[in-house]
Design a protein around this ligand. Structure first.
Ligand code: LMR
Length: 398
C-alpha cells in the first residue's frame, strides 16, 4: 500500500532550516525558522531555564503519568501570564487551560474542540498567516475565510480591509489573530486598533482565537498581552494558544497551552472536560519536562526576574538589529524602502523580495529565508550585517 504515497515537498519553513544545516559554507546566514540566535549565531539555553531544570531534576521523585490536562500548576501560572495576575476572567473561574505540545499542539487541540462545539465552524485567517495554521486546524467540516491584514506593497496593515471583511462574518465565526509579533509580517495592531477590532468582534458576535506564540518579544510580557486581556474583559468567549518555545527558548521540549474562556463557571468546566478528552484522543497527555521548568520559573521570584531580564535582552537585540538593518539598507539603496523593518516587532518581516531574488540569495550568498521573503531578523548579526545588506542590495539591482 505504501507505494501509493507520493513524496511530499519539503515544509516551507522547516525544510529551509534543514537545507541551511546541510550547507557547509562558513558565510551562511540563517534567516529561515523562527528561532532566536545570539550575536554568535547560537540558540543558547536561558540561565533561568538551566537553573530551573536543575531544581526539577533534583526534586523529581516519580515518572508516573501527569493527568490529561498536563501540569495543572503550570496551567494556572500560564493563565496569569496571559491575562495578568488578577483578571476578572480568572477570578470568575471562566478560564479552562490544558498543557499542550507547543503552540502547534494547542492549535490542533482547540480545532478539535471547535468541531465538537459547532456543526460547521468557520475560521477566519489573516492574509497572510503562518503557513502551518491551516494544516493544523484543518478538517473536513471546518472551513476557512481570509481577512486582509498586510499590504506588502504599502508595507503596512490594511486595517480598513480587515474590519470590512470581519464585518461580513457571521455570528459565531472564529477569528484567528496574532497576539503580537505577527508571523510572517512583524506588523502588529496598535492598542487603538485592538480597541476598534474588539468593538467589531463584540457587535458581530465573533470569537477571537489568539495565537500568542511570541509573548514578550514585541514590547514586554504585559504590553504584548493587551489584545488578549481586552478580549477577555469585553467578550463572553475566546480562545488563546501559547507556546513556550520562543519566550522561554525551550523549542525542543514542546510546551504550550490551549485556553478557552467561557461565559460562566459551568460552561468552563465543560470546556475543560473537552480539552482533556480531545488531548486523550490525540496524544493522551503532553510531556512533563518543559512545563515543570516553566512552572518553576514563574513561581520563583528570583528565576522569574532573571527570565524577564533574559527575555528583555532578546527583545532589545532584535529591535536594535531591526534599526541597524534598515539603516544598512538605506545606505546601500539610497531610499527608504526598508525603513518599515525598524518599525515592526518580533522575529519576522517580509522583505518584499521576489521568489527569484530569495533563491539567488540562497544559491549565490548562502542566505536562507522563507520563499515569501520572510526573514527572521534574530538571525542577523553585527558580524554579518554588511555581508547580508550587500547581498540583498545586489539582487535588487536590475
Ligand atoms: C516559524 O514560523 O518559523 C516557527 O514558528 C517555527 C515553525 O514551526 O514554523
Amino acid at each position: 500500500m505504501f507505494e501509493k504515497l507520493e513524496h511530499l515537498p519539503d515544509d516551507p519553513i522547516l525544510g529551509m532550516m534543514a537545507k541551511f544545516r546541510r550547507d557547509t559554507s562558513d558565510r551562511k546566514v540563517d534567516l529561515a525558522a523562527g528561532v532566536y540566535q545570539d550575536e554568535n549565531g547560537k540558540t543558547v539555553v536561558l540561565r533561568a531555564v538551566r537553573e530551573a531544570e536543575q531544581r526539577v531534576h533534583d526534586a523529581q521523585k516519580t515518572k508516573t503519568y501527569e493527568g490529561l490536562a498536563g501540569n495543572v500548576s503550570f496551567n494556572r501560572a500560564m493563565q496569569r501570564l496571559i491575562f495578568g495576575e488578577s483578571h476578572p476572567v480568572i477570578n470568575d473561574r471562566r478560564v479552562a487551560t490544558v498543557q499542550t505540545t507547543g503552540g502547534s499542539g494547542g492549535l490542533h487541540i482547540v480545532a478539535d474542540v471547535l468541531r465538537r462545539a459547532e456543526k460547521e465552524p468557520v475560521v477566519w485567517l489573516s492574509g497572510p498567516t503562518w503557513p502551518n495554521h491551516r494544516p493544523l486546524i484543518r478538517g473536513g467540516d471546518l472551513s476557512f475565510e481570509v481577512y486582509p491584514y498586510y499590504d506588502v506593497e504599502r508595507r503596512g496593515i490594511d486595517f480598513d480591509g480587515m474590519l470590512g471583511a470581519l464585518d461580513q462574518a457571521a455570528a459565531g465565526d472564529v477569528v484567528l489573530l496574532h497576539g503580537c509579533c505577527h508571523n510572517p509580517t512583524g506588523a502588529d495592531l496598535s492598542q487603538g486598533q485592538w480597541d476598534q477590532l474588539v468593538g467589531v468582534l463584540e457587535r458581530r458576535g465573533l470569537i477571537p482565537f489568539i495565537d500568542m506564540a511570541y509573548q514578550g518579544f514585541a514590547r514586554g510580557v504585559d504590553e504584548d498581552a493587551y489584545g488578549a486581556r481586552l478580549c477577555a474583559a469585553r467578550l463572553p468567549e475566546m480562545i488563546v494558544v501559547t507556546s513556550g518555545s520562543k519566550n522561554f527558548g525551550v523549542y525542543r521540549d514542546r510546551v504550550g497551552t490551549a485556553t478557552l474562556v467561557a461565559p460562566d463557571a459551568d460552561t468552563t468546566a465543560a470546556c475543560a472536560s473537552h480539552l482533556a478528552n480531545v488531548t486523550r484522543t490525540v496524544y493522551s497527555m503532553p510531556p512533563a519536562h518543559g512545563a515543570a521548568v516553566i512552572d518553576t520559573i514563574l513561581r520563583d521570584d528570583k528565576l522569574h526576574a532573571e527570565w524577564l531580564d533574559e527575555l528583555g535582552t532578546m527583545r532589545d537585540r532584535i529591535n536594535s538589529l531591526r534599526s541597524r538593518f534598515s539603516a544598512a539598507m538605506a545606505e546601500r539603496t539610497g531610499n527608504d524602502r526598508f525603513d518599515f523593518v525598524a518599525d515592526q516587532t518580533g522575529m519576522f518581516s517580509i522583505l518584499g523580495l521576489s521568489r527569484e531574488q530569495v533563491d539567488r540569495l540562497r544559491e549565490e550568498s548562502h542566505i536562507y529565508m522563507v520563499a515569501s521573503s520572510r526573514a527572521n531578523i534574530a538571525g542577523v548579526r553585527q558580524s554579518n550585517l554588511d555581508y547580508l545588506a550587500d547581498a540583498i542590495a545586489a539582487v535588487l539591482k536590475p
